[in-house]
Design a protein around this ligand. Structure first.
Ligand code: ATR
Length: 277
């Protein structure tokens, strides 16, 4: 194979050293014998549009984008998927053969695919969800839950105004509740999701009392360091099904890899182990 036909992709952020995406895509490239490369790129905001203009000329098929560029992508892209427009941010960019830059957001699909893979009998329509947090991750997750026909979403955030903004965007099925008053709502929810950074190594713990949590509730966390957060450990001890957050990271990467490298990659235990090393 000549150099010109070697497919390239990567991840753009600022900073970028912490990104786990090179390891993830690198594992798949090796596993499927694809002679491509996936490269981390540290690009400042001022250079973003220029770099995205140059990359396809250098053999790039597309890129992931991460903090702080996810929102800016919507201004730079030529074509925006419905879900990226709804979420207001993009994480998966593809250089189309017609020269246009396509922006997509796969965080929500990553979140849902993780739950479907690890809790196959989870029925999103069976009852309300309680979402903790109202940042970028919460936006993608609320959009995905509504798409999966969750009947109601209780939304609690430390800064109430951010939760109100999400409600204004997503409408009547979202009900903002007070951060400090969230615990009793656990009585009534089919799904509990932590989208905040609380419980992550080096951060504060989530101080939500789980006394009202029912054993039928599915509990998941987007935090995956540690893999078993205190939230998940306590919920598990109460008999709940729990799904850790690593799978969301893995599944959100699938559509990009598929588009850029032409192969649908699998998310399995092998990959999880590689990511946990
Ligand atoms: P992301 O895009 O990854 O979701 P973010 O936009 O910074 O990141 O959002 C982080 C979330 O964690 C927010 O909901 C934030 O609450 P605020 O909107 O009040 O900032 C929440 N969060 C972070 N630290 C927190 C803390 N110590 N207590 C409560 N919530 C916290």
């Amino acid at each position: 194979m000549s150099i010109a036909t070697i497919p390239l992709a990567g991840v753009i952020g600022h900073p970028i050293a912490h990104s786990k995406s090179p390891r993830l895509h690198g594992h798949w490239l090796k596993r499927y014998g694809i002679p491509g490369h996936y490269i981390p790129m540290d690009v400042a905001s001022n250079d973003l549009a220029h770099v995205l203009n140059i990359l396809p000329k250098a053999g790039f098929k597309g890129v992931n984008v991460t903090i702080p560029h996810k929102e800016a992508m919507l201004d730079i892209a030529d074509v925006i998927s419905d879900r990226a427009a709804l979420i207001g941010a993009a994480n998966t960019m593809t250089f189309q053969s017609d020269g246009k830059l396509h922006a997509d957001n796969t965080d929500g699909i990553g979140f849902i695919s993780n739950l479907k893979q690890n809790a196959p009998d989870w029925d999103p329509s069976s009852g309300p969800a309680l979402v903790l947090g109202a940042g970028g991750a919460a936006r993608a997750i609320v959009a995905a839950l509504l798409h999966e026909r969750v009947p109601k979403i209780y939304l609690a955030n430390r800064t109430r105004a951010r939760a109100d903004a999400l409600k204004a965007h997503f409408g009547a099925k979202v009900e903002v509740i007070d951060w400090s008053q969230a615990a009793p709502y656990l009585e009534d929810v089919a799904t509990l999701i932590n989208t905040t950074s609380l419980g992550m190594e080096g951060k504060e713990e989530l101080k939500l009392s789980l006394d009202h949590l029912q054993s039928q509730t599915l509990v998941t966390d987007i935090v995956y360091t540690p893999l078993t957060t205190n939230l998940l450990a306590t919920a598990h001890a109460k008999g709940c099904r729990v799904v850790d957050g690593l799978g969301m990271l893995l599944h959100q990467a699938v559509p990009g890899f598929e588009r850029w490298f032409g192969h649908t990659p699998e998310v399995d235990e092998d990959l999880r182990q590689v990511m946990l090393r």
